[in-house]
Design a protein around this ligand. Structure first.
Ligand code: MN
Length: 228
């Protein structure tokens, strides 16, 4: 047996709805500007330019339902997104075979230190300090494809303290799930445990300590997240 010189990092494990089993996380990819109305609100052209991705860390995913307001920011935004969990992967995956690699789906948040992201954008620097911080990706229970099938349409919503702030439909994604998987697999070797956050509809905005965020996607239920 391998002997490690330091304590081994824990495997990030996410709950699966109505199951004792857990989903182990390998990598987290996130697409930017994947809903036209959100691209416009961020000051960009919604035309179908090639997709772009950034990454979060596996242990940024957090199923606890609590979001500690992070340090070093005074403008933390909510972005409700559908998370796609892979059960297998590979390179150069054709679009028509891509959905065969999906294990399941979940509601999620891509929490963003918008002020820090904005500074990095201006300087042409990477986004990690705006995106890949501790507990920056609250995530609900995973619903396996074997139970819910594949989701191509349905409302995506986020409420802050009961007030509707984000509303869209999965069918408004510029790059669909099979296209995202295929595209990513041209640049990275995908594998079981990989998670893809599929972008946010319009209506992103700031959160404050004490806020209650309710996110929901038809077919995947909801998740309540308390901002601490
Ligand atoms: Mn996002």
């Amino acid at each position: 047996m391998t002997q490690f010189a330091i304590p081994t990092p824990p495997t990030v494990a996410l709950p699966i709805a109505d199951s004792e089993q857990m989903f182990p996380v390998r990598r987290v990819y996130c697409i930017g500007r994947n809903y036209a109305a959100h691209a416009i609100e961020m000051g960009h052209d919604p035309d179908r330019e090639p997709p772009f991705f950034f990454q979060k860390n596996p242990d940024n995913l957090d199923p606890s339902g609590e979001f500690p307001y992070p340090d070093r920011s005074s403008d933390v935004h909510h972005e409700v997104e559908m998370a796609v969990m892979l059960k297998s992967g590979g390179s150069n995956i054709p679009i028509d075979l891509a959905l065969g690699h999906v294990f399941g789906y979940a509601v999620a948040l891509d929490m963003t230190r918008r002020d820090l992201q904005g500074e990095q954008k201006k300087l042409g620097r990477p986004w990690e300090i705006g995106k890949a911080f501790e507990r920056s990706a609250p995530v609900g229970p995973i619903h396996p494809v074997s139970k819910v099938g594949h989701l191509e349409e349905g409302p995506v919503t986020l409420k802050v303290n009961g007030e509707l702030r984000q509303e869209g439909d999965l069918n408004q994604m510029i790059w669909k799930v099979p296209e995202m998987i295929s595209y990513l697999s041209d640049y990275f070797e995908l594998a079981a445990g990989d998670v893809i956050l599929s972008g946010t509809p319009a209506g992103v905005g700031p959160v404050a300590r004490g806020d209650l965020l309710d996110i929901a996607i038809e077919g995947l239920g909801g998740l309540r997240v308390k901002v601490r």
